[in-house]
Design a protein around this ligand. Structure first.
Ligand code: NAD
Length: 500
């Protein structure tokens, strides 16, 4: 496989049919990191044809689950074998720290193992009581067919794995299109799938842009399901494109996630320190480029001043730099466009009356290495409210907004005042309040006295405009399966509805 043969169709690596290529940039210095094939409609159609044939004519959908699970476990082992190399690739491609890259590899290893365990431990169907010993009625679960997968740039390996592992466990074939900004770890993962013994045509990869490759996948008549992770605007287009062929659609979209802190959580020094520390982590890990980032701090008025002062003091000390350098805590933003977007949101917030508590600009060139990277200082904006674009829209940058409340009802109302509903947290020392508030929050994940953990066994996804469907957990497997009811009459007789 040469540097530009990053398209994988029917078991073979190749360049784009058009010969087009794309430079992938290192966001820490804006220099070329790699060159990949820039696929087009012809490459996408070839990949879908391979996946279609592998599904319709191939063995994979009928392979015993134990064999499919064994393949997933081999992939998990290979991910661990290549852990350092993949973490480095992910760090250089996305800008995240090397340690975050390692965490991602470990997380996806667990996801491959989880879905392997899930399918082998199932009974294989569900017998239904039809009310008569003469009827045998059973619901079985079959693969959906050819699955198209479209993934974003913030967690490329993780998002790809959350789709590929359950899709393969369920017996589907697939075509994946990673983000054109960060395709490299998905290429590595595809090589591991091949090494683990995935049959030709079952897994296909097209590197390229959203339009045409993603758009073609979403509209393609031979694709049965499209699973998309990305922004609201692109997700809406995917849903529209998929409608014409009524294919199944799974969407994991953005979030504008509340981190609600009650004063009682800060009553002790230890509690205060923990809540501040986790609020910092919620907002600024991976420079805020996390769909579940706790970008909205919603804090009880009596502790606001002290809390925000400490938060800003610590945010200013976050060490920015190239993610692979020891001691660096936050890498750059992923692209020049993401940096410009962050600058626009901060300018608009300040014009709308927010007060800047720290950050608010790119670091001085003398203070950051390399100076050409897409860095932006962690920013805390106080005195924010729900009319501001920085509070309503997903910025996907290192920006934390602060809103205050006085009563529990106000806290819940603020937490739910978003068109999204992906994730959120509540911090309180009162167990009853914790359960009450968590119960009223309209978000797919609610953390109590924590922020960010997720488990392969537990569903991930959003209410509202955060998406359709779920990844991980049993529902994450069921996205890739069709339930089929098989009703067998053991003693057939005429029904005589029609008397003639
Ligand atoms: P994006 O929507 O710009 O791109 C996502 C993917 O869609 C890319 O592969 C892109 O090439 C492709 N795409 C773009 N236009 C398309 C079209 N018309 N048809 C088909 N495909 C198209 O998103 P992004 O900027 O790469 O990622 C950031 C977004 O992803 C954020 O909104 C974030 O919240 C979201 N995200 C959500 C989750 C989740 O689990 N809910 C996880 C990670 C990221």
């Amino acid at each position: 496989m040469s540097a530009v043969e990053t398209i994988h169709v029917n078991g073979a690596w190749r360049g784009a049919a058009s010969g087009a290529q794309r430079e992938v940039l290192d966001p820490a210095d804006a220099k070329t990191l790699a060159v990949v094939a820039e696929g087009g409609v012809a490459d996408t159609d070839a990949a879908v044809a391979a996946a279609r044939e592998a599904f319709d004519e191939g063995r994979w959908p009928h392979t015993p689950v134990a064999e499919r699970a064994a393949l997933l476990r081999r992939v998990a082992d290979l991910l661990q074998r290549d852990r350092e190399a993949i973490a480095l690739t992910e760090s250089r491609d996305t800008g995240k720290t090397l340690e975050e890259g390692r965490v991602d590899v470990d997380d996806v290893t667990n996801a491959f193992r989880y879905f392997a365990d899930l399918v082998v431990n199932e009974s294989g169907g569900r017998v239904v009581d039809a009310g008569s010993p003469e009827i045998h009625s059973v619901v079985v679960y079959e693969p959906v067919g050819v699955c198209a997968m479209i993934t974003p740039w913030n967690y490329p390996l993780l998002q790809a794995s959350w789709k590929i592992a359950p899709a393969l466990a369920a017996g589907n074939t697939f075509v994946i299109k990673p983000s054109e900004i960060t395709p490299l770890s998905t290429v590595h993962l595809m090589k591991l799938l091949v090494e683990a013994g995935l049959p030709a045509g079952v897994g296909n990869l097209v590197t390229g842009t959203g339009d045409p490759v993603g758009a073609r996948l979403a509209e393609h008549p031979d694709v049965d399901l499209v699973s998309f992770t990305g922004g609201l605007a692109s997700g809406t287009r995917v849903m529209e494109a998929a409608a014409a062929t009524v294919k199944k659609v799974a969407l994991e979209l953005g979030g504008k996630n509340p981190n609600v802190v009650f004063a009682d959580a800060c009553a002790t020094e230890e509690g205060f320190d923990t809540a501040v520390d986790q609020a910092l982590n919620a907002a600024f890990i991976h420079s805020g480029q996390v769909c579940s980032a706790g970008a909205r701090l919603i804090i009880e008025d009596s502790v606001r001043d002290r809390f925000v002062a400490e938060l800003a003091r610590r945010a200013e000390r976050i060490k920015l730099g190239r993610g692979t350098e020891p001691g660096v805590e936050c890498g750059p933003l992923v692209s020049a466009a993401q940096l410009a977007k962050t600058e626009r949101y901060v300018a608009a917030a300040l014009a709308d009356g927010a007060s800047l508590r720290c950050g608010g600009s790119r670091p001085e060139p003398s203070q950051i290495r390399p100076a050409t990277g897409y860095f932006y200082s962690p920013t805390v904006l106080d005195h924010c409210h729900g009319e501001m674009s920085v509070v309503r829209e997903e910025t996907f940058g290192p920006i934390l907004t602060v809103e205050t409340f006085h009563t529990e009802d106000e806290a819940v109302a603020l937490a739910n005042d978003t068109e999204y509903g992906l994730a959120g947290a509540v911090w309180t020392a009162d167990a009853g309040r914790a359960r009450r508030v968590a119960g009223r929050m309209r978000h797919g994940t609610v953390w109590i006295n924590d922020y960010h953990p997720y488990l392969p066994q537990a569903e991930w996804g959003g209410f509202g405009k955060s998406g359709v469907g779920r990844e991980l957990g049993p529902s994450g497997l069921n996205e890739y399966r069709e339930p089929k009811h098989v009703y067998q009459n053991l003693a057939p007789r005429p029904v005589r509805w029609f008397k003639g």
